[in-house]
Write a protein that binds this ligand. Structure first.
Ligand code: ZN
Length: 199
């Protein structure tokens, strides 16, 4: 089932996600619906807050952008082709930042038609639970590392505009105010402009 994606201005986007204690059919159905919703919106990542649930749950699928914005992935210590691991479902992820910071373009499904240069760590190590109630350890680099940091922020109520340089944020301020107002009045936008970087 495709779920409505919340836009900037909705308070759930600012909520810290609750830890998921029991991985049951409700969570499995929610994750499946989130993957369907992300694919339908041509996004590459989606956090539970974006569909109105303040939970530590996020889904990612970077396979469509792998050629343009490549990633590296080690799953439980083994190098694997990132495409074969997609879609990824991360439950209660604990993310450790590694390497130096680098700047890259990001968009967000909750911010139609807005993109920005965001500084992120080059790589991350993640420990998370899976839908099968197991634990996985991920070492990610490239775009996957960026996407995981963007989603990890969502799970804590942090949005990518919070990490924009102040000049960029000032330049966007009237658009952000308009989007907030439209969200409060229930006006929905269609798909975001730059789909290959929307998380
Ligand atoms: Zn986002």
């Amino acid at each position: 089932m495709i779920l409505p994606i919340l836009q900037y201005g909705d308070p759930v986007l600012r909520a810290k996600g609750n830890r998921i204690e029991i991985i049951d059919d409700r969570i499995r159905e929610l994750a499946a619906n989130m993957i369907e919703t992300m694919h339908a919106a041509h996004g590459v990542g989606l956090a539970a807050q974006q569909i109105g649930e303040a939970l530590q749950l996020t889904v990612l699928d970077l396979s469509a952008v792998e050629d343009d914005r490549p990633s590296t992935l080690k799953l439980d210590g083994k190098d694997i082709d990132p495409k074969t691991a997609m879609p990824l479902v991360l439950i209660n992820p604990e993310i450790e930042l590694r390497g130096q910071a680098e700047v890259g373009v990001e968009g967000c499904l909750s911010f139609p038609e807005i993109t920005g240069d965001i500084e992120r760590a080059q790589s991350v190590t993640v420990r998370a639970q899976t839908l099968e109630d197991g634990t996985i350890q991920i070492e990610a680099g490239g775009f996957l590392a960026r996407a995981i940091q963007h989603e990890g922020d969502h799970l804590n109520g942090i949005l990518f505009i919070d990490r924009m340089r102040s000049a960029a944020k000032v330049a966007l301020s009237s658009r952000l105010r308009r989007l907030q107002k439209e969200t409060k009045r229930g006006i929905k936008h269609r798909e975001p402009l730059v789909t290959e970087t929307t998380l």
